[in-house]
Ligand binder design. Structure first.
Ligand SMILES: Cc1cc2nc3c(=O)[nH]c(=O)nc-3n(C[C@H](O)[C@H](O)[C@H](O)COP(=O)(O)O)c2cc1C
Length: 366
């Protein structure tokens, strides 16, 4: 059914299509009993208990929504209605900002991919907070992904993250420091150990004051070298972070396409293996002690399965949702249960990281 809707949406340029889709999800969110029944119907497609625990939070299953789709927390209930186990809003910056000039979003359907250079277009922390205040329906964890305004000098970046913590951390179930968007100049340098450590320390201190006990994650890029992944993992462990989200979009272009010269981050199928490699490396470096949320190129249960086997406990989706539509979560749950049973795993927990252990057997292919 989404095939038809997608054909219509894809006749529009990407941003108007996005706005239309978001308006539909926001409208759905205003119908609580429909949201609840849609969600229940989706979750019933899981043939077995697929629930997982991460950083003390319970996820009904491992398929969650990635940041960037609902930057202003306009459609949280509509997105939970689609069956996602968790929804991550943002990236939110302290002040509203328009983002980069349009066009800034490009579809590459031949590659099941998207290039974006949105540039953290959002209405600011106060607006997102107003949308989250007084939420009545909380079927799963709500993540708050935070960043810095473009016009804040990099040396003052910490102030922006801390301001976002003040406004939003008390309203979320977990917080994500986004240091990996390619579309805010210099942002990715915050992943370097010294700067990263200072940033995380400041964020943790403030979270201790305004939202004690709330898990903190760091979202990293797929373009880090293996050694840089190790460094980030070491800082994360040292700082006692709840985990990493791996990964954001890539600035690499592994193919030629009429849009491949567009600046920005590439997402979807081409980022899948890059992100799996980062997940595997982070799992190995931490010897499985650092919880991981895997994201990049997830369309099917097989894609989810590979990320779990690489070491992720939860998997997020953005581009796959654009191409596959709201039916995707239910389809994945049914197929994921079948994959686990086929390979003799009784729970999702049993499969996490099996491909990241030294001498691990090669994953079975369908
Ligand atoms: C249009 C678009 C906007 C995005 N905006 C954000 C963002 O604001 N913050 C963020 O952390 N990630 C953002 N992302 C990255 C996604 O959350 C995700 O990490 C990445 O796209 C890889 O996953 P995917 O292949 O499932 O899309 C964005 C991705 C896209 C396609």
């Amino acid at each position: 059914m989404y095939g038809f809707t997608r054909s219509l949406l894809f006749t529009l340029p990407p941003e108007p299509a996005h706005r239309l889709g978001m308006s539909g999800l926001a409208a759905l969110g205003r119908m609580p009993s429909l949201c609840q029944s849609m969600r229940e119907r989706t979750l019933r497609q899981a043939p077995m208990d697929l629930s997982v625990e991460l950083a003390g939070l319970r996820f009904a299953h491992p398929v969650a929504l990635a940041a960037g789709l609902d930057k202003d927390a306009e459609a949280v209930d509509g997105l939970f209605a689609c069956g996602f186990s968790a929804v991550e809003i943002g990236t939110v910056t302290p002040k509203p900002q328009p983002g980069n000039p349009k066009p800034r979003l490009f579809r590459l359907p031949e590659h099941r991919a998207v290039i974006n250079r949105m540039g953290f277009n959002n209405h600011g922390a106060a607006t997102a907070a107003s949308h989250l205040t007084g939420r009545a329906w909380k079927p799963g964890p709500l993540g708050v992904n935070i960043g810095k305004n473009k016009d804040t000098p990099l040396e003052r970046a910490v102030d922006d993250y801390v301001a976002c913590v003040d406004a939003l951390a008390p309203l979320g179930d977990y917080v994500v420091v986004n240091a990996s968007s390619p579309n805010t100049p210099g942002l990715r340098t915050l992943q370097e150990p010294e700067q990263l450590s200072a940033l995380l320390r400041a964020v943790q201190e403030r979270m201790g004051q305004v939202a004690p006990g709330t898990p903190l994650f760091l979202k990293i890029a797929p373009d880090l070298t293996p050694e840089a992944v190790d460094e980030v993992v070491d800082v994360a462990l040292e700082r006692g972070l709840s985990g990493l989200i791996a990964t954001n979009t890539t600035i690499t272009r592994p193919f030629e396409h009429k849009h491949s010269k567009e600046a920005g981050g590439l997402s979807g199928a081409p980022v899948r293996e890059l992100s799996n490699a980062v997940i595997r490396r982070a799992y190995q470096r931490s010897r499985g002690t650092l919880p991981l949320i895997g994201v990049g190129g997830v369309f099917t249960a097989q894609d989810v399965y590979e990320k779990l086997r690489a070491g992720a406990t939860v998997v997020q989706v953005y581009t796959g949702f654009i191409y596959e539509g709201p039916g995707m979560v239910g389809r994945i749950l049914g197929d994921l249960g079948a994959l686990l049973s086929r390979d003799g795993f009784a729970t999702v927990r049993d499969v996490i990281g099996v491909d990241a252990h030294p001498g691990a057997p090669v994953a079975a292919t369908p």
